[in-house]
Design a protein around this ligand. Structure first.
Ligand code: GTP
Ligand code: MG
Length: 244
């Protein structure tokens, strides 16, 4: 199928997109020196495909019609200065894993403890009415104060009216948890729908980080910052003293 999204980048110009490593748990994740944006959602919802669509590299993350395909935490460095992170999905269990936690412990640790995690793209399949497992997972993200936006995927598979109805029904179910509901987006990795808007989320976060770093940088002639100021603090998010 024609991948229309391989055109010029309007918001974040991704000149380089490089696979960095796969980690089975939080301890083996790379250092926290770069801002990260992670994809999470039910198995098969389209996380790896969306990462490829945003990066403009169709073969960067591995995609498969088999649910539960991504099993490790996969890190990709964009432009040498921020990362996209492809996480294993939830809601898929096989064999001995059937009775285990609803989603992998490594993912839970990553989402709760990674101090350089800027935002999570929480993916929901747009063609389905609200699924309990997704509602529960969004509740978990909310209770754990994980910053996220909602992304309704695979809009090419369904008509716009159904997408809107499913999105509205989902938002209605989670509305009581929020004063300000989370931002919502639609996307299709087949057509590139939503690419500019999602890159805009990253662009906005990166601009804020750069402004924060500039404000925190000592002016010429100031005394040097105390040793260890930007060292890993070991604190849990929310943590204003980001490590970059
Ligand atoms: P796991 O790694 O198993 O958790 O899945 P995932 O969420 O990473 O999904 P993946 O990107 O591997 O896609 C799963 C299937 O959905 C593949 O067959 C993709 O080609 C298909 N798919 C993903 N995104 C889209 C989309 O926007 N439109 C359509 N029509 N198919 C899609
Ligand atoms: Mg995947």
């Amino acid at each position: 199928m024609l991948r229309q999204w391989r055109g010029p980048f309007s918001i974040v110009n991704i000149a380089s997109a490089i696979f960095e490593c796969s980690a089975p748990d939080l301890d083996t994740c790379p250092d926290e020196s770069l801002p990260e944006f992670a994809f999470i959602g039910r198995s098969n919802v389209g996380k790896s495909s969306l990462l490829n669509m945003l990066s403009g590299r169709p073969d960067l993350a591995r995609v498969s019609p088999t649910p539960g395909f991504t099993k490790l935490i996969n890190f990709f460095i964009m432009n040498g200065c921020w990362r996209l992170v492809d996480l294993p999905g939830y809601g898929f269990a096989e064999g001995a894993r059937k009775d285990s936690a609803k989603f992998n412990q490594a993912v839970s640790h990553y989402l709760k403890q990674r101090t350089n995690l800027c935002s999570v793209f929480a993916l929901i399949e747009s063609g389905l009415p609200p699924q309990d497992i997704d509602i529960e997972f969004i509740g978990w993200l909310t209770r754990n104060a994980v910053p996220f936006v909602l992304v309704f995927t695979k809009t090419d598979k369904i008509n716009a009216a159904t997408v809107s109805a499913n999105m509205a029904a989902f938002m209605e179910q989670i509305a009581p948890w929020f004063v300000q509901p989370p931002a919502t987006f639609m996307c299709s990795s087949e057509t590139g729908h939503g690419r500019a808007e999602l890159l805009g989320v990253i662009d906005e976060a990166m601009t804020a980080i750069q402004a924060e770093a500039k404000a925190a940088a000592p002016a010429a002639g100031d005394a040097p910052a105390p040793a260890g100021k930007h060292a890993k603090s070991g604190k849990r998010r929310p943590d204003l003293a980001r490590p970059w």
